[in-house]
Design a protein around this ligand. Structure first.
Ligand code: GDP
Ligand code: IMO
Ligand code: MG
Length: 432
């Protein structure tokens, strides 16, 4: 039996979905424990390419069970769409996907507030995905949320909406100067979603403890990236997930104890990307940045919003920090193939901030925005790695690059991904 948490070590989109899809073969249960449909996880298999926003990446193995845990926020419209889409493409979801009755529900005002808040912030806009996920978490913390158990019970929902809708309408009308919503219409619509989702709703806390007792293998699929975490990320340009998308959040988000977690796998790209605003010391606004974005299969455009991702060299200062704060036991490195095109490759190993050289990520956003990367330059290899399946068959310079990253991370690498497809991977060692 083992419980493994898979988390993103950078600013999201590291390839978590692709890695979870690969590891899920040896798991019994795959679960999402935080965030909402701000996440976009791409999986490519025999049935084609899928972009999952809420459903865990284990869904493609017919014998696996998937949970959406209590720590998630679920937009029922999007979840029903995703289930329908999977069904249409031949992936059976019924009796295999269980949605926690304690998960929070994204309500119609959340999207509205997300968009309006961004407008009001002006130059300080976060660059959110605009899905309403931040405001839904704010309402969760503000004790003004609606949970899955509530939409499954029409009477309970009516009681909640009775106080919540006038409160939300006051905020929408007075603060945001926009139209409020009708309590009756919301009740009809959301009780309807509750009915349609009923076959999936379960007490996943009971189910996961049964699985633990039965000694099953469980994969907990993180969303976003550690540098987007509310506590330890590049605040205020972060996401609002509570519990955190960091490995520690997996325990709360699934209703298990930290002692149940055996290992944490960190997923890192061989370079960095970021969507949305906020400091990004190694960002490249030149042709090299374009080459990182456009080079290789699956160019760097957001899986959720389609926005071009900002690209830059690997930031080993930030990566070491996220390995530490997550207690990462081993790491997977993705998109090595994208670096095939370069004569030389840079890795940031320290920052220069004013007259100081620092090797830790500063708390102050203003300081991080001023940080200039200090690079070490490594030779490129200029040959295709997509077909390689053994570490020793990689070009020598690619081996050197991988080992350099491993050393900087301070944790062993267990997997290297050389393409977006399931088999395009090099296995290094067992998970630690
Ligand atoms: P996630 O949010 O962490 O699951 O990552 P996304 O799916 O949003 O973004 C990762 C992108 O990289 C997707 O388009 C994947 O298909 C793609 N990808 C994953 N691993 C590799 C790889 O090794 N090489 C290449 N070229 N693409 C990859
Ligand atoms: P996956 O799971 C990349 C970013 C947004 C924005 C900030 C806040 O696919 O890695 P939000 O909508 O969460 O309030 O936006 O966080 N962001 C992501 N960036 N991948 C994600 O998820 C993200 N989820 C949120 O771009 O900068
Ligand atoms: Mg993504």
């Amino acid at each position: 039996m083992s419980v493994t948490v898979v988390i993103g070590g950078q600013w999201g989109d590291e390839g978590k979905g692709r890695i979870v899809d690969l590891l899920a073969e040896n798991a019994d249960i795959v679960a999402r424990y935080s965030a909402g449909n701000n996440a976009g996880h791409t999986i490519i298999n025999d049935l084609g390419e899928f972009k999952l926003h809420l459903v865990p990446a284990g869904i493609f193995y017919p014998d696996k069970i998937c949970f959406i845990g209590n720590g998630c926020v679920v937009d029922p419209v999007e979840l029903l769409k995703e289930i329908e889409h999977l069904d249409e493409r031949g992936v059976k979801v019924k009796d295999r996907l269980f949605l926690s009755d304690r998960a929070h529900v994204l309500m119609p005002w959340h999207r509205l507030i997300d968009v309006k808040d961004e407008e009001l912030r002006g130059k300080g806009a976060i660059g959110t995905t605009g899905r309403g996920v931040g405001p839904a978490f704010i309402d969760k913390v503000g004790r003004a949320g609606v949970r899955v158990a509530d939409i499954a019970d029409r009477e309970a929902l009516a009681t909640i909406l009775d106080f919540l809708v006038p409160y939300k309408n006051a905020v929408l009308e007075k603060l945001y100067e926009t139209d409020g919503v009708s309590a009756e219409a919301v009740l009809e619509e959301y009780a309807g979603y509750g009915q349609r989702l009923a076959p999936y709703i379960a007490d996943t806390n009971v189910l996961i403890h049964k699985a633990l007792e039965a000694g099953q293998d469980i994969l907990l699929e993180g969303a976003q990236g550690s540098l987007l975490d509310l506590d330890l990320g590049t605040y205020e340009y972060v996401t609002s997930s509570v519990p955190s998308s960091l490995a520690a959040g997996a325990a709360v988000g699934m209703g298990i104890g930290p002692t149940h977690i055996d290992t944490v796998l960190g997923v890192y790209k061989t370079y960095c990307t970021r969507v949305g605003n906020g400091p990004f010391p190694t960002e490249l606004l030149d042709e090299t940045g374009n080459m990182l974005r456009e080079g290789g299969p699956r160019p760097e455009y957001g899986s959720t919003t389609g926005r071009p991702r900002r690209c830059g060299w690997f930031d080993a200062v930030a990566a070491r920090f996220t390995a530490q704060v997550n207690g990462i036991g081993s790491a997977a490195l993705t998109r090595l193939d994208v670096l095939d095109q370069f004569d030389t490759i840079k890795v940031c190993t320290a920052y220069r901030i004013g007259s100081q050289t620092v090797k830790t990520i500063p708390a102050s956003g203003a300081e991080l925005a001023r940080a200039e990367p200090i690079y070490e330059e490594l030779p490129g290899w200029r040959s295709e790695t997509a077909g390689v399946r053994r570490f020793e068959d990689l070009p020598e310079a690619a081996q050197g690059y991988v080992q350099f990253i491993e050393e900087k991370l301070g944790v062993p690498l267990c997997l290297i991904s050389v393409g977006p497809e399931r088999e395009q991977a090099i296995s290094m060692r067992k998970l630690e």
